[in-house]
Write a protein that binds this ligand. Structure first.
Ligand SMILES: *[C@@H]1O[C@H](CO)[C@@H](O)[C@H](O)[C@H]1NC(C)=O
Ligand SMILES: *[C@@H]1O[C@H](CO)[C@@H](O)[C@H](O)[C@H]1NC(C)=O
Length: 211
């Protein structure tokens, strides 16, 4: 009896260790690929055009009225598949905010190209790290931690580029994830220690673009 129990227990332990080691390797980084790059299956040969992304042409000339993020991830630029990297260009009109969000699968390395910008992230102990960047400064957003940016200059625009350590960074916007995902008013009212009419107001407002 005891022997049977020990055997079952060992098996369970072994399965747990195996599962943990698998999930560890899954969350560590994008999986390695066994070719130089991943070509589309419907094409026999690809050239440099496949490795070129041109959809960002002209984005600096467009006029914008809210913080705008333009992404080049695997979804927009399939050649990135398996390369463990992607890019986002962030444009901030004067006084605008990029609301709290996190990248489930990517570390962010942010370079401010133009203007000034407050950058902030919150660690797993709820400690806020805040910095005011000048053009040319680089700031690190650790993987999976929620962060936001604020153009505290209310007269000039700011522009930055974020390099992300995954082809599919898994960006989660907190306002949208919490208030636009269908979580019930009751649960949210309980969670935020308020009433359901307040939650309804926030839900309605969170569907609008953040200025
Ligand atoms: C291959 O498939 C992609 C995605 O469906 C499509 O956009 C592209 O035009 C296709 N290319 C060829 C050569 O069929
Ligand atoms: C909900 O809470 C708000 C803010 O505390 C308050 O002004 C409002 O009267 C409350 N509404 C209801 C229906 O209790």
């Amino acid at each position: 009896m005891a022997w049977k129990f020990t055997k079952a227990f060992s098996l369970l332990l072994l399965i747990s260790i195996f599962t943990i080691s698998i999930s560890r390797t899954t969350i560590a980084s994008d999986p390695d690929i066994l070719s130089d790059f991943i070509a589309p299956t419907n094409q026999t040969s690809v050239d440099a055009n496949y490795l070129t992304y041109t959809a960002m042409r002209g984005i600096f000339k467009k006029s914008i009225d809210a913080c705008t993020t333009t992404k080049a991830t695997k979804a927009e630029f399939p050649a990135l598949d398996g390369q463990g990297v992607s890019l986002a260009v962030l444009q901030f009109p004067p006084g605008s905010v990029n609301p709290p969000h996190y990248h489930s699968r990517a570390t962010g390395l942010f370079l401010l190209l133009e203007g000034v910008l407050e950058v902030d992230f919150v660690d797993t102990k709820d400690v806020l790290y805040t910095q005011r960047l000048k053009a040319g400064d680089i700031f690190l957003f650790p993987k999976g931690l929620q962060h936001y940016q604020y153009n505290y200059d209310h007269k000039k625009a700011a522009v930055g580029v974020a390099a992300l350590s995954s082809a599919s960074p898994g960006t989660v916007s907190l306002p949208s994830s919490i208030f636009n995902s269908g979580i019930s008013d009751f649960v949210l009212a309980r969670s935020f220690k308020t009433n359901e009419s307040t939650i309804k107001k926030i839900k309605a407002a969170s569907k609008k673009k953040t200025p």
